[in-house]
Design a protein around this ligand. Structure first.
Ligand code: ZN
Length: 221
């Protein structure tokens, strides 16, 4: 697996120190300067979130439907956790049943995106946040999760439209976080250490998918 980015605790310490310096500058009569300093640094302070708008999506082609907040936790990625992985899932059910499950606080799992068999993309969790989808805390923190509508034992569920739409989405995610387009960084749920899940299953065509992601990655945005 790819190298994990170094924890950002160092940055946070610098942030706190800079805030103290900012306070001293204010005391010395440079209040405006200190305010600028604070404005630049506030988002690095633990517990302070970046502003976000309800309904905002990270991928232009996606429609927003919010997951229950019991199925993810707030974060400030990629500043608190680096993102270096996309994890591919298959829903084992219909698109509607996956949306319902992710809206259910009792489900305790959800992905950032669901791609429907007709290629429609729904985003349910912001990429800023950590979705519970890999069954592995480290992998959840460093990845974006994408569900695909279908059953692992039904190859006919894995449509060309779905592969193409998902590949465009994954290519944009890889571009955004500078993730290499390879099978160490674009993996199936089954490849997550410790998982008992088998998705995306034996019929998922990795050669085709990776070719489509590479094509989309090099195509003009
Ligand atoms: Zn899965």
């Amino acid at each position: 697996m790819g190298q994990r980015k170094a924890p950002k605790d160092g940055d946070r310490k610098v942030g706190r120190r800079a805030l103290l310096i900012g306070g001293a500058a204010a005391a010395a009569g440079s209040a405006v300067l200190a305010r600028d300093e604070l404005a630049r640094l506030w988002w690095r302070t633990p517990g302070v979130e970046r502003p976000r708008k309800e309904g905002e999506v990270d991928y232009g082609g996606a429609r927003w439907v919010a997951a229950s907040d019991a199925n993810w936790r707030r974060a400030d990625r990629p500043d608190d956790f680096g993102i270096d992985m996309v994890i591919v899932h298959v829903t084992q059910g219909s698109f509607d049943s996956a949306v319902k499950a992710f809206q259910d606080p009792g489900h305790k799992a959800a992905t950032h995106y669901i791609v429907r068999q007709d290629g429609h993309v729904t985003q349910m969790i912001r990429e800023l946040d950590v979705a519970y989808h890999a069954g592995n805390r480290d992998y959840n923190e460093r990845s974006v999760g994408i569900e695909h509508e279908g059953f692992v034992d039904r190859p006919q569920d894995l449509t060309d439209e779905m592969y193409e739409a998902s590949a465009r989405l994954t290519a944009r995610i890889c571009a955004r976080y500078d993730i290499p387009v390879d099978r160490e960084h674009i993996i199936g749920h089954v490849e997550v250490p410790g998982t008992d899940h088998t998705d995306p299953g034996p019929h998922w065509d990795w050669d085709k998918y990776m070719r489509l992601v590479r094509q989309a990655r090099t195509a003009p945005a």
